[in-house]
Design a protein around this ligand. Structure first.
Ligand code: GLP
Length: 262
């Protein structure tokens, strides 16, 4: 794993965006894996700035969201379909017909999950997957004890996740109990993975993911098996990394042309 510790949230976003741009370079129809949550928002803003400056064009790109709540229609303001539309599709000027979110309202959820997996394959697989991380180590909505080989499926949210996400549900609507999420096996097939985390609330999850034993109790630890995964964090989220100085040294000694900040 590449671990990059940044002195500011802006640097986290800028370096993450650089990794993503590198991962899709030369692709006529790049395929992005996109995440909700607050952590990736500054990455999307950085990508939008590049698009506005004419440095990047995602109009032919495809995107697949990680997850969705079960029981919220796409036009519900807290649905991930609505969130992705507002934070990804529109600011990145993507073609809405190429942006996909799992269907949490499908009558046949099992079939819808299978269709979602096949749509990812049909698009050519995910070139660059953006990830946040839950305080309990979840990626997507793969809660502790998720199988490392899991595919897109329905899951029950951990109570801590429902409490953490209550802040988005300001209108008295309870956070749904169930969700549909890409599996850990699905996520691991992305060719490049960029995980970002900010704040001390993520420090334990980041340490377990990067340095802990690979364990289903900390689902993000499966990323230790990925060939091209970058974990980009601020100082607070790096606070429990035993080898933080080593990661800083590694970054400082990287040849300039390998560094996102040039
Ligand atoms: C959410 C999402 C995840 C996200 C995580 C952290 O519930 N399903 O994809 O990475 O929890 O969210 P945040 O970045 O807001 O802390």
């Amino acid at each position: 794993m590449e671990v990059i510790i940044c002195s500011s949230g802006e640097d986290v976003a800028r370096i993450a965006a650089e990794r993503i741009v590198d991962a899709i370079a030369g692709r006529d129809e790049p395929v992005l894996g996109v995440a909700t949550g607050s952590s990736p928002l500054t990455i999307y803003a950085d990508l939008a700035r590049r698009i506005d400056a004419g440095e990047l064009d995602l109009s032919r790109a495809h995107a697949f969201a990680l997850d969705e709540y079960v029981g919220l229609p796409a036009d519900h303001p807290q649905s991930y379909a609505a969130t992705i539309k507002a934070t990804v599709t529109e600011p990145l000027r993507m073609d809405p017909s190429r942006v996909h979110v799992p269907d949490g309202m499908a009558d046949d959820l099992i079939a819808a999950c299978e269709d979602y997996e096949q749509a990812i394959v049909a698009a050519g697989g995910i070139d660059a997957q953006i990830l946040g991380i839950g305080a309990n180590g979840h990626i997507g909505f793969n809660e502790p004890t998720s199988s490392f080989t899991s595919r897109t499926r329905m899951k029950t949210l951990a109570e801590t996740t429902r409490v953490a996400n209550q802040r988005f549900f300001t209108n008295g609507v309870p956070v749904p109990v169930h969700c549909v999420t890409q599996g850990l096996g699905t996520i691991m097939e992305a060719r490049t993975i960029v995980l970002v985390a900010m704040g001390e609330g993520k420090a334990e999850a980041v340490a377990q993911a990067v340095e802990g034993p690979v364990s289903a109790m900390w689902p993000a630890s499966v990323l230790q098996f990925h060939r091209r995964a970058s974990v980009i964090v601020d100082e607070a989220a790096a606070g429990r990394l035993a080898l933080a100085d080593y990661y800083r040294d590694t970054w400082d000694r990287l040849p300039a042309h390998h560094r996102a900040d040039g």
